[in-house]
Design a protein. Structure first.
Lengths: 313, 261
């Protein structure tokens, strides 16, 4: 048994050296990991390969190389596995001419559920869509469409649930309810894989995270470990003040500062603890009677953070 | 069976429950309007001759193929472009069953629209020339033609987003020009399969065949058939063969190719 954080002891989904390319473009490169009961977050910036990996795991697309097993079987070959699988795709993949109830019932019928009407009603209640279930999906908001997709994925009572950006379009109240629902499903022993590019979102849902960037596995482990890895990254911060050189000298004496540079009258500071810098800077400026006009991280995008994790730059 | 019926129901609704069905119905009714105009201004025999040489090729060679190309391309093509295919495909159903249900739905939708046009065209002949004997033959021919085109176009629609353009080019070049000019390949023409079924049904058990004589309808359609032998069963067998191949090819493609891009 491996001790790598990318693998779990009792996997329901196994990804072995999987790659996927589209012509010259490599979307997923030699990824190996596994997923088990509970919620696992698949985290990464847009274009990292999360959706491609999720689609391969769901059986929607075929790996160009490597092997993939879901509940011990290849989802591309054995359609019976779909009895136990549910997917909420990122796309707006709904039949807009159907009512929400008809949409979910259709899914139940296709899945061979014994009593489609009852199963659909149960799934609709679980996502809090009872009031709007008999309206055409065409008139739904983005958040409602998202919830009806979740109901459509839950209707066959899946053991494995794939959620691709499931909170897109949901308002704060709906977000909380959906997250509670996902936690409940995971608590029942299901494998829930949530793909998202928002770290805070994943942290709320998943206790285990697999981070991807540029099609490769960037990091894996529990949410706290991933967050800790993020805080070790040096950030560049742009500070504008009336006397930048004086402020720069004072900042250099602080432990959290790695380097200071003044370019065209603007201070560029590198720090390892963005939060601490934010806390100490106003007090420091005040004590030196310096007027601060701006403090802005130069590159705080998730893409840059992930790139640093992978490439060290 | 419940699953197949569910797929058929949703697909038919998806294909003909839209605004485009109005345009397709107008297209389907065009030959009937022409037949009505011609029928009122000519003798009964001239009206019947026009029906066989003018309205019939318009129904079987133009309107039914166009309707079938559009609806056949859309049956799985629409699901792929709208990404709803994941909702359909990630279910414990064999790919061939999905393909067969989709084909059945697209055929039904196509026949609902094209068949309406055929019915109106035959009715226009009946009203103007008093000849109602062509109705059954034309309906069967329309069903056969639409099945053939839908079966081919469902595969094309799954593979490419430009299926309708490809289908129309195929209709013009292969079905319209090549198979009309070369008798050797005329048997591959889908609309002529429909026409041969019509000719076979209308000719019926023509007594003159025993003496080597052709039925009038076969003489009327000789140029259109381009050497294809009249016969409903042969035509039906051919399009059924195309439909079966289509189902298995689609089943293979759905397994082998990515369902979403």
């Amino acid at each position: 048994m491996t001790t790598s954080p990318a693998f779990v002891a009792s996997p329901t989904i196994e990804v072995n050296e999987v790659s996927k390319w589209f012509g010259q473009k490599v979307a997923v490169s030699n990824v190996s990991c596994s997923f088990g009961p509970g919620i696992t977050g698949l985290l990464g910036p847009n274009g990292a390969g999360k959706t491609t990996l999720l689609r391969m795991m769901a059986g929607l697309s075929r790996p160009s190389r490597g092997d993939l097993r879901v509940l011990g079987t290849n989802p591309r070959r054995d359609t019976a596995v779909f009895q136990k699988v549910g997917l909420v795709p990122e796309d707006d993949a709904v039949y807009t001419f159907l009512t929400g109830r008809a949409f979910v019932e259709y899914g139940a019928t296709l899945a061979g559920v014994r009593n489609p009407s009852s199963a659909a009603a149960h799934a609709i209640t679980a996502v809090g869509m009872d009031d709007a279930a008999d309206r055409n999906i065409e008139g739904y908001s983005k958040g409602m469409r998202q919830r009806i997709k979740v109901a459509g994925a839950l209707v066959n009572d899946p053991e494995v649930l794939y959620l691709d950006e499931p909170l897109n379009g949901a308002d704060p109240v709906q977000r909380v309810r959906l997250i509670e629902l996902f936690h409940r499903l995971a608590g029942e022993g299901r494998t829930v894989v949530v793909s998202s590019h928002v770290l805070e979102e994943v942290e709320k849902m998943a206790n285990r995270v697999i981070a991807m960037v540029d099609g490769r596995l960037a990091a894996a482990g529990d949410s706290a470990a991933i967050r800790a890895a993020f805080t070790d990254i040096p950030y560049r911060v742009r500070i504008e003040a009336d006397t930048p050189r004086q402020l720069g000298s004072a900042l250099l004496e602080q432990d959290v500062i790695r380097s200071v540079e003044v370019l065209d009258g603007t201070l560029h500071v590198q720090t390892q603890d963005l939060g601490e810098l934010g806390r100490l800077l106003p007090g420091l400026a005040q004590s030196l009677d310096i007027r601060l006009t701006m403090m802005q991280p130069e590159d705080l995008s998730l893409e840059s953070v992930f790139r640093y994790l992978v490439h060290g730059r | 069976m419940t699953r197949i019926l569910a797929i058929i129901r949703v697909t038919v609704y998806q294909l003909v429950g839209r605004r485009r069905s109005i345009g397709l119905l107008v297209l389907a009714a065009a030959p009937a309007l022409i037949m009505l105009l011609v029928g009122y201004n000519t003798s009964e025999s001239e009206a019947l001759e026009f029906f066989r040489t003018g309205a019939l090729p318009l129904v079987l060679g133009v309107t039914t193929p166009i309707i079938s190309i559009i609806l056949g391309s859309g049956s799985l093509g629409d699901e792929r472009s709208a990404k709803t295919i994941s909702y359909l495909a990630l279910r414990p159903i064999r790919r061939e069953v999905i393909a067969a249900a989709k084909l059945g739905a697209a055929w039904l939708a196509s026949f609902l629209v094209a068949g309406m046009g055929a019915l109106l065209t035959a009715a226009a002949l009946g009203l103007t020339a008093g000849s109602w004997g062509e109705l059954f033959g034309l309906m069967v021919a329309t069903a056969i033609t639409s099945l053939g085109f839908v079966a081919v176009m469902q595969v094309v629609g799954y593979i490419t987003d430009r299926a309708v353009v490809i289908g129309l080019a195929y209709l013009l070049i292969w079905e319209g020009i090549v198979t009309g000019a070369a008798d050797q390949v005329a048997t591959t023409s889908i609309w002529r399969m429909g026409a041969s079924a019509y000719a076979g049904i209308v000719a019926g058990d023509h007594w003159g065949e025993a003496f080597g004589l052709e039925a009038q309808v076969v003489r009327d359609l000789r140029d259109l058939l381009s050497g294809v032998a009249p016969g409903a069963f042969g035509a039906a067998a051919k399009v059924l063969g195309i439909a079966i191949v289509s189902v298995f090819v689609l089943g293979y493609l759905m397994r082998d190719r990515d369902l979403v891009s």
